[in-house]
Design a protein around this ligand. Structure first.
Ligand SMILES: *Cc1c(COP(=O)(O)O)cnc(C)c1O
Length: 394
């Protein structure tokens, strides 16, 4: 089908819930994708941080195909190998104790929230169930994860939202201390706030949050749905902050493009969710899990170090540009935000798309780059040249 035919079919039959760019993507190789007519786009998005090892990855494709033909799904009422192997790799590489598999980020966070509330209920009984999250956070689109999300724009239309969330200013430890009332059971953070604008938390703040949690028997919950799976240059972002969360959620990049999410618990939280307390039909799907095992295989130390090097390479290049429209570059690894001034991020992203570069926006002021972690320097150079030309032509 042509791009126009696909767009027409979509507008006639699909709920128009996305502010889409006017582009149809048909296929990809490496970190480059193509429209049905063959127009080339350098991909600085990976979906939204999903295609961690790029497009057309042969070993990943082989692993997925082999598992699809062997056993594509079996109920979680039975044991099977792929997710057990995946859980083993995840616990070994993070030091966490065990894993629950979900399907995506929001339901992973839902499960993590359930775990925190049950941990507190088991220990203290009813009434200690409030979770503190940060302003500008993003935790998902279900009724509960919208309530957890610390941005007012998400608290519309769908009333009533789930009770039991309070939001405080990020990187302000006194603001958090003020809200630590007896009803609080956990604090939920993103190490780098993604949708909120690519805003990294200050390491000292994170350390203090962790100490406050430990001192008050509150759980420290980390939403690593976007920061996890190598995105920031370590397998999970907490490994760059001198803390260990009690529970960590993940999704986006884990299966290299297939839907999969989950959360990992430390020893203390590893037996909170028992048979009958949490479940999901597709969680830990064998095909997605087989893809995830291959993703983690490829995200070895050398590849993760390259993520940091590419991050520095991008920063240096952009710092060398002589444009008045860039205020700062922030983020970690290949999760970078370019905060712009006197221009609208979405309009820059639109101009990039027209010139052959896919790039995201975040918060109110930033362009967001989440390229495949395996992107080549040649593709980086091509993409950055397009971005520079767009700024030069404002
Ligand atoms: C994307 C995202 C989510 C939601 O994940 P879905 O897979 O879209 O449900 C939650 N938290 C963070 C930090 C995210 O970036």
């Amino acid at each position: 089908m042509t791009s126009n035919e696909i767009k027409q079919l979509d507008s006639q039959n699909v709920m128009q819930t996305y502010g889409r760019f006017d582009v149809v993507i048909d296929r990809g190789v490496g970190s480059t994708v193509y429209s049905p007519e063959g127009k080339e786009y350098i991909d600085f998005t990976s979906g939204i941080g999903v295609n961690a090892i790029g497009y057309g990855n042969k070993k990943w494709g082989d692993a997925v195909y082999a598992q699809a033909m062997k056993l594509q799904h079996i109920s979680n009422l039975y044991y099977s190998e792929p997710y057990a192997k995946l859980a083993d790799v995840l616990t070994k590489r993070t030091g966490m104790k065990n894993v629950f598999f979900a399907n995506a980020g929001a339901d992973a966070n839902e499960g993590m929230i359930k775990l925190a509330r049950k941990y507190s209920f088991d220990k203290h009984g009813k009434g200690k169930s409030t979770i503190i999250t940060l302003n500008q956070s993003f935790h998902g689109r279900t009724i509960t994860t919208l309530a957890a999300t610390g941005q007012d724009v998400f608290h519309n239309y769908f009333f009533p939202f789930t009770e039991g969330f309070k939001h405080v200013q990020a990187n302000d430890i006194d603001a958090l201390k003020k809200e630590l009332t007896d009803d609080v059971c956990a604090v939920l953070i993103e190490f780098v706030q993604g949708e909120g604008g690519v805003i990294p938390l200050d390491p000292n703040y994170v350390k203090e949050v962790s100490q406050l949690c430990a001192a008050n028997d509150l759980l420290l919950l980390a939403d690593e749905v976007q920061t996890g799976v190598g995105r920031t240059g370590t397998l999970f972002a907490f490994q760059q902050y001198d803390v260990t969360p009690d529970v960590i959620s993940f999704a986006k990049g884990i299966a290299g493009g297939l839907p999969l999410g989950g959360f990992m618990a430390n020893e203390k939280c590893s037996t909170v969710l028992i048979a009958g307390t949490h479940a999901t039909t597709f969680g830990g799907n064998p095909v997605a899990a087989a893809g995830a095992v291959e993703v983690l295989n490829q995200l070895d130390d050398a590849t993760l170090n390259e993520v940091i090097k590419k991050s520095e390479y991008i920063r240096e290049k952009i710092h060398g540009w002589n444009t008045p429209y860039i205020a700062e570059i922030r983020g970690k690894g290949l999760m970078l935000g370019i905060s712009v001034k006197d221009v609208v991020p979405r309009e820059i992203a639109q101009a990039c798309v027209e010139n052959g570069l896919l790039v995201l926006t975040a918060g109110t002021d930033a362009l967001r780059m989440l390229p495949p972690l395996t992107i080549s320097y040649e593709e980086l150079d091509k993409g950055l040249a397009i971005l520079k030309a767009v700024f030069d032509n404002i």
